[in-house]
Write a protein that binds this ligand. Structure first.
Ligand code: PLP
Length: 371
């Protein structure tokens, strides 16, 4: 045996703050209303659950490594070429593989100030440097991102709509961003909340993928499809980028159960249509209720709102405590640089009524304190 040096991880990895998901439990409480991870309010389609149970019977067999039937079903639902789709264990897996495929030591990866925390993690994991670009009015700044891009820049990650702000860019704004970026930069449009958006100017990104040879769109089954526990996501991109992802991914990265469940979920369009309609209605009424109570609500295109407390960090934390005392779990935003805010997922009507009531009472109490 030779050598006696210490065991050292690769550069960048010790800089990662491991991703922390939203809380799922309050100690000692049984019936918690979980609005901390943007999981679809309706949960999965009953048809998807049926397929899930049936697929369990065949768990002895390896899955189809190419996820052919699932890619065909995705193509059919969204009008896309299955050959240019790749599936992953959640879109998180694909976001990470893109960093491995296109960025490394000495490279830069751009993301927006209040962008999804997985982006800097994916960059650091491959030794690249994450570059955070300041936002304007809690919205991604296209000009700023273009200015930040240089020869060393390899990837721009952009969530649209963005989590946690809920802000959204139009298709034309995405095109302006793409046109302003150097050609060696891969633009990753993370459209995790695409199915919730009702704005006509919005484009999830498939058309941009077809117009340019350096744009990829990622999607997920974790939000409107209500299948976060299954770990299933996909991407649509140029053939040469899909080829890179197919080389890098594990051969059986998507389980047979996830594939069968995903197909059934895609076929039940009535279920996601219903989820979208319910979300639009509650997003509007819940946002209005919070504003009436004196809380600032950033206009959101997703299934969540960013609630900003005029009294700052202490007030946001006290509001979170009041919510937890009432068995309601939401997400604190310190990790996203918004410690004066809470992100609240849009759940079912009765749940949102309760949250609005608790927060209205809380704000009244705060008013008495100050007055
Ligand atoms: C929830 C979310 C995802 C989805 O991740 P999965 O790995 O597919 O569960 C991706 N991007 C953003 C911005 C999200 O909020």
């Amino acid at each position: 045996m030779t050598g006696n040096g210490p065991l050292i991880p690769c550069a960048g990895i010790l800089d990662i703050d491991a991703y922390q998901g939203g809380l799922s439990e309050i100690e000692g409480r049984a019936n918690v209303i979980k609005l901390s991870s943007n999981e679809g309010a309706l949960g999965p389609s009953p048809k998807a659950l049926e397929a899930y149970r049936a697929a369990g019977e065949n768990v002895a067999r390896y899955p189809d490594g190419s996820a052919m039937a699932l890619r065909t079903a995705i193509g059919a639902r969204f009008g896309l070429d299955p050959a240019r789709i790749v599936c992953g264990a959640g879109s998180d897996e694909i976001l990470g593989l893109l960093a491995r495929g296109y960025a490394g030591a000495g490279d830069e990866v751009i993301y927006s100030q209040h962008g999804f925390l997985m982006y800097p993690i994916a960059a650091k994991a491959v030794g690249a440097t994450p570059v955070k670009v300041a936002e304007k009015n809690l919205c991604a700044d296209i000009e700023g991102m273009i200015k930040a891009a240089q020869d060393k820049t390899k990837i721009v990650y952009l969530a649209n709509p963005n989590n946690p702000t809920g802000s959204v860019l139009s298709g034309d704004e995405l095109r302006a961003l793409r046109k302003g970026l150097p050609s060696q930069v891969l633009l990753v449009i993370d459209a995790a909340y695409a199915e919730y958006v009702t704005d006509d100017a919005y484009e999830a990104g498939a058309a941009l993928v077809d117009e340019f040879d350096n744009v990829i769109m990622t999607r997920t089954f974790s939000k409107i499809f209500g299948l976060g526990g299954l770990r299933l996501g996909w991407a649509y991109g140029p053939a040469k980028v899909i080829d890179i992802l197919n080389r890098l991914r594990m051969p059986f990265n998507v389980s047979s159960i996830a594939q069968a469940t995903g197909i059934a979920a895609l076929e039940d369009k009535a279920h996601t249509d219903k989820a979208c309609a319910l979300n639009s209605e509650l997003l509007a009424s819940f946002s209005a209720a919070l504003r009436d109570g004196g809380i600032e609500v950033v206009p959101s295109a997703g299934n969540f709102v960013l609630a900003r407390f005029p009294g700052g960090v202490a007030q946001a934390e006290a509001a979170d405590v009041a919510l937890q005392e009432n068995d309601i779990l939401v997400r604190r935003m310190g990790g996203y640089g918004l410690p004066d805010s809470l992100r609240i997922t849009i759940g079912l009507g009765a749940q949102m009524d309760k949250v609005a009531r608790v927060l209205a009472d809380f704000m009244k109490g705060e008013g008495h304190k100050n007055g």
